[in-house]
Write a protein that binds this ligand. Structure first.
Ligand code: GDP
Length: 314
């Protein structure tokens, strides 16, 4: 049975299981559900870290440096990606094989590219299940990488314990738009490329963001921090890990970590119910027959959208 092999840390079995949870075929879904039920008692023991940032900020360079640092300390690391922008035909943020080359050769690291967006369910849901599988396989640190655009940050923040946003050393305008929403999600901002001529600017940027975060603080027990690092020169990477360990210890001690995960599971349940209802609705023979006709009538202005919806859902 796959479950035993996964529990034994067999990477091929893990990869196969992730393919199973990513599948949209009904019989695969049933097998995936059964597998997840079996493995559930063996999940939850990792620290789940989200890593976000705009393309080019240095995510893969950072994850490689950070990952190798963790491996040297004896951790086992899984890296998953959420990339809603990846086309169905592939081409995900982790699809490029040259990324994280050294890390991907390590036995204690498991790197999984983003699932392509399918018809059913959000990419983030499948990543959540993949994350549980990685935990069952004994990976004790899980990184979930996402690009710093669009909705994906919110989804990733909903499935991790700690959300880290990589930034570039250039304070100012950039601070205005994005970044407000993201700053509210972030447990830490890490200003990468703090090296060479950018070192001074990075320090000023750090101060800038630290002040901004100070104003934004919403009474949580953790005051989001701003650090500088150079993934390329391997500077400041250890401090990022120390900060996350500190967060974890504090959050565990006061019950915040368990509460955060419980809240996430509650939100996940709600979204799954909505998804399953929609799926059931759309596969109903009456709906399949009527919906295209009703859509036409609505487009022509012969029927109001509400009247059309009521005919399908009396
Ligand atoms: P991603 O698109 O966010 O994954 O970014 P990459 O990790 O691919 O990095 C984009 C570019 O920035 C590459 O040319 C890296 O070598 C460079 N880079 C990444 N981290 C650093 C850093 O700490 N310092 C400097 N100077 N360059 C970096």
């Amino acid at each position: 049975m796959d479950a035993e092999q996964i529990l034994a840390g067999n990477r091929r079995a893990l990869a196969k299981a992730i393919t199973l949870v990513e599948s949209t075929r009904a019989e695969h879904r049933r097998a995936a559900d059964a597998l997840l039920d079996t493995l559930l008692p063996h999940t939850g023991r990792s620290i789940r870290i989200g890593v976000s940032g705009v393309p080019g900020v240095g995510k893969s360079t950072f994850i490689e440096a950070f990952g190798l640092h963790l491996l040297r300390q004896g951790h086992r690391l899984a890296v998953l990606a959420v990339d809603p922008s990846s086309p169905v035909a592939g081409g995900s943020i982790l699809g490029d094989k040259t990324r994280m080359e050294r890390l991907s050769r390590e036995e204690a690291a498991f790197i999984r590219p983003s699932p392509s967006a399918g018809a059913l369910g959000g990419v983030a849901h499948r990543t959540r299940e993949s994350l549980l599988l990685c935990e069952a396989a004994g990976f004790d640190v899980i990184l979930v990488e996402t690009v710093g655009v669009g909705q994906s940050e919110y989804e990733v923040a909903e499935l991790v314990d700690f959300f880290l946003v990589l930034m570039l050393p250039n304070a100012g305008d950039e601070l205005q738009g994005i970044k407000r929403g993201i700053m509210e999600l972030a447990d830490a901002l890490v200003i990468n490329k703090s090296d060479g001529e950018s070192a001074g600017l990075a320090q000023r940027t750090r101060q800038h963001y630290q002040n901004a975060l100070h104003l934004l603080r919403h009474g949580s027990f953790w005051a989001p921090r701003v650090l500088c690092c150079s993934a390329l020169e391997n500077q400041g990477i250890d401090a990022v890990w120390e900060m996350i360990c500190e967060y974890r210890n504090e959050a565990e001690a006061c019950g915040v970590l368990a509460a955060r995960r419980a809240r996430q599971n509650g939100a996940w349940l709600k979204r799954l119910i909505a998804e399953l209802l929609e799926q059931r609705f759309r596969s109903d023979p009456h709906v399949r027959a009527e919906l295209p006709l009703l859509e036409q009538q609505v487009l022509r202005g012969d029927l109001t959208p509400r009247a059309a919806a009521r005919r399908l859902l009396p």
